[in-house]
Design a protein around this ligand. Structure first.
Ligand code: DGJ
Length: 735
């Protein structure tokens, strides 16, 4: 049983194969968080709490003068504002017009089979074979108002995931105003941990940073209306000594694509709290009587076996129980995208030339990027006018697609539905459909404005535009882009008191559109994108099985971007392309082979003018495509191991894939520095079977030797040389 409720001890214990999570209702009806860590059954962990008078710690209602009882130091499951807890909170709400304050006490609970759903929001789900998945509902109620908070827990026992959501409900007649509603909070008895988070910028996303947690508040967040390039809604807490192979690690992923806030606080007793949820900077969400508000879901994972196990557990669970697309199991097409080949400057002939070459070297799909619609010869116009520019193409979209299909390729296309250019027919007809503040010059990003997705008529227009596009030709893939941060969040259609809800309603509108697209056209492969990886989050994965990882296609910078991304997301979701040299973003020159090795780390493709490649490069491309196709299952579904870090190892970056049964593996290495009189370099492989014998480069090694002694790397022959090899089990040690 994944969920155990002990009516006498009043404990709720959630067990997965590697973790135990526990809460307890105390004598005053407060819901305490008593434990989340390595699986340890049969214990009431409230013995860890040592009541004492810590001074300046107030007592909540009904606790008399017991100065040892205070919300200011107790470990709380869902801490609310206004009740004597001065640490970071999960919830700030109250009757509208009053000071926000809640005193939430236990009301009721139930356990059901299967996983709760969250209409309108991404949520993990139980698959057909997941009989072990259960849901726990704990209802808390304010002492004074008819305000109820339902805490939802989805326990994936075998997959080692616990999901959390809170639903706030106003059952009274007075309106209730929510100013903060986090998806989860966790309290730990001591701060013996470090935080790993992933910061970045456009063309440099998800850079790894591991840091101690100060006394006071540490925050990673986005107020951009999108998860953003600058921070990612996935973090890890881990033991100070945790490594790839060992140590306690807690992963927290928010299934949300809008702004977010993740905060930690080390308090006066050195206890650690973490909260995670939507950006609440401008949040003012009013609930009338009978209405409720659901926070996005957070997915939690604990392992005591280090960071590699954490990443592989989350990656596998997201692949099977978050990504819905049929393409998670189908073979995805290997594609060429024309963006870096042509930008806005293309003709039908040029596109067909690239497509022809793509077909010849064994690719499966041609993707037409930005510039095919409205008046769109630069990024200053046309967004919103989702009809094909036949003058530019010299034909209809159907004719172009038919020509491409005749070459044996399927066809994909780029769209950016959330945006509008001021120089567009859509903006001229509906200027008020853009988010702008009346009387103020709007903030422009990439010369474009953001459509007000909180408005039903905007959503209807976009659904219709998507349907028209989908019916205009045989489209097998959509790249959904979003090229600026959201700002000037004022909806011309919302009453002035509801403006604080627009930011979140925008994201709900986005999800409605994505749901429309994916449910109407389930066979279409959707690729998420936001100026590269500006919206690389678990919320998007619910709709899109792959996301364009970065606008930076340089193989060497991608080493760092892929490394960071691999901590919280399956590598099959990382779209990665071989691009031109010198690289368009940073001018670096890398061998064609290295660009292939690096792009094969994710969902593989090309993004350059194939018709301009040399014979030698075309041969290498054919070889790369054949190799990826041959080992597709290994690259897409194998366990992924970071063998070295590009943030600490100057000489090389190495990674590997190992098949589920451990009988096959790949090892990839990109050399990042050259030396005169070079020292031998070695790397230790991971995840192999100790007693198995593997064949590598014509020689035989035991798994134990490869993992504990390692392999000796070849000496690189040029800048950014690379090495790629496959290992196959060819025997086993006799016992
Ligand atoms: C940003 C994307 O990340 C690029 O790949 C490309 O699609 C451009 N937008 C097109 O404007």
């Amino acid at each position: 049983m994944a969920i155990r409720v002990d009516q006498t001890a009043k404990t709720f214990t959630l067990d997965t194969i590697k973790s135990t999570y526990q809460m307890k209702v105390d004598a005053h009806g407060n819901l305490l968080h008593t434990y989340y860590g390595a699986r340890a059954q049969g214990t009431d962990f409230s013995y860890l709490i040592s009541p004492a008078d810590h001074g300046f710690c107030g007592q909540p209602a009904g606790c008399g003068d017991d100065r040892t009882y205070s919300m200011d130091y107790l470990p709380l499951e869902y801490p609310a504002h206004g009740n004597g807890d001065y640490r970071i909170k999960a919830l700030r709400a109250g009757a509208a017009g009053q000071a926000p304050a809640l005193d939430l006490r236990y009301h009721s609970s139930d356990v059901t089979a299967g996983k709760y759903a969250l209409p309108g929001l991404p949520a993990m789900f139980a698959g057909e074979g997941d009989q072990d998945v259960q849901t726990l509902r704990i209802v808390l109620k304010d002492l004074y108002e008819e305000i109820y908070v339902t805490l939802l827990y989805g326990v994936f026992e075998k997959k080692n995931i616990v999901t959390r959501t809170a639903v706030i409900e106003n059952k009274g007649s007075r309106p209730v105003c929510i100013r903060r509603a986090m998806s989860m909070g966790l309290d730990f008895p001591e701060n013996d941990k470090e935080l790993i988070h992933f910061y970045g910028k456009h063309a440099g996303e998800r850079q790894f940073e591991r840091t101690a947690l100060l006394h006071g508040i540490t925050e990673v967040s986005s107020t951009r209306g999108m998860s953003g390039h600058q921070h990612n809604p996935f973090v890890v807490l881990c033991d100070k000594s945790a490594t790839e192979e060992n140590g306690d690690c807690w992963g927290i992923s928010l299934l949300y694509s809008g702004g977010f806030r993740i905060q930690t606080e080390t308090d006066q007793l050195d206890q650690l709290r973490i909260v995670c949820g939507i950006d609440d900077e401008e949040l003012e969400w009013t609930l009338s009587g009978g209405e409720s508000f659901a926070t996005p879901e957070a997915a939690l994972c604990f392992t005591d076996r280090g960071l590699a196990d954490l990443s592989n557990t989350i990656g596998a669970a997201f692949r099977t129980n978050l990504i819905r697309s049929v393409w998670k199991d189908r073979r995805r097409p290997l594609l060429v995208n024309n963006w870096e080949a042509t930008y806005f400057d293309f003709t039908k002939e040029k596109l067909l030339e690239i497509a022809r070459q793509a077909a010849e070297i064994g690719l499966d799909m041609f993707v037409l990027d930005d510039g095919w619609f409205g008046k769109r010869d630069s990024d200053r116009s046309g967004l919103g006018d989702w009809y094909v520019n036949e003058e530019k193409l010299g034909c209809t979209l159907r004719e172009l697609v038919d020509d491409i299909r005749d070459m044996g390729l399927s066809f994909g296309i780029w769209i950016e539905p959330e945006m509008v250019s001021e120089d567009s027919d859509l903006y001229r007809a509906h200027p008020d459909w853009a988010l702008t503040i009346p009387g103020r010059d709007p903030v422009r990003g990439r010369s474009q404005l953001v459509l007000d997705l909180s408005r039903a008529e905007v959503i209807e227009y976009l659904k219709d535009a998507i349907d028209r596009l989908m019916h205009s030709a045989d489209i097998a893939y959509i790249k959904w882009d979003m090229n600026r941060s959201v700002e000037n969040i004022y909806s011309a259609a919302a009453p002035s008191l509801s403006q604080g809800a627009v930011k979140h309603r925008y994201v709900l509108g986005l999800y409605e559109l994505l749901e429309h697209l994916t449910s109407r056209y389930p066979d279409v492969l959707l690729e998420g994108c936001s100026g590269g990886g500006g919206r690389f989050d678990a919320g998007m994965l619910y709709y899109a099985p792959q996301i364009w990882c970065s606008d930076n296609t340089d193989a060497v910078e991608r080493l760092r971007i892929h490394y960071g991304t691999s901590f919280g997301y399956p590598m099959s979701s990382v779209a990665a392309h071989v691009s031109v040299c010198p690289n368009e973003q940073n001018g670096r020159r890398t061998p064609f082979q290295t660009r292939g090795v690096c792009a094969m780390q994710g969902s593989f493709g090309y993004e350059l003018d194939l018709s301009a490649l040399s014979e030698e490069e075309l041969e290498e491309a054919k070889h790369q495509i054949a190799c990826y196709k041959e080992h597709y299952e290994l690259f897409q579904k194998g366990r992924y191991y970071r063998l070295s870090s590009p943030f600490t190892n100057r000489s090389f970056t190495a990674w590997s894939y190992v098949s589920e049964d451990g009988s096959e593996a790949s090892v990839s290495i990109v050399f990042t520095d050259l030396y005169g009189n070079p020292k031998p370099l070695r790397v230790k492989l991971k995840g192999l079977k100790e007693d198995a014998v593997y064949r590598l480069d014509g020689k035989e090694y035991t798994g134990g030797a490869l993992m504990y002694a390692g392999i000796v790397l070849p000496v690189p022959e040029c800048d950014y040389d690379s090495y790629f090899a496959l290992l196959k089990q060819c025997g086993a040690l006799s016992k």
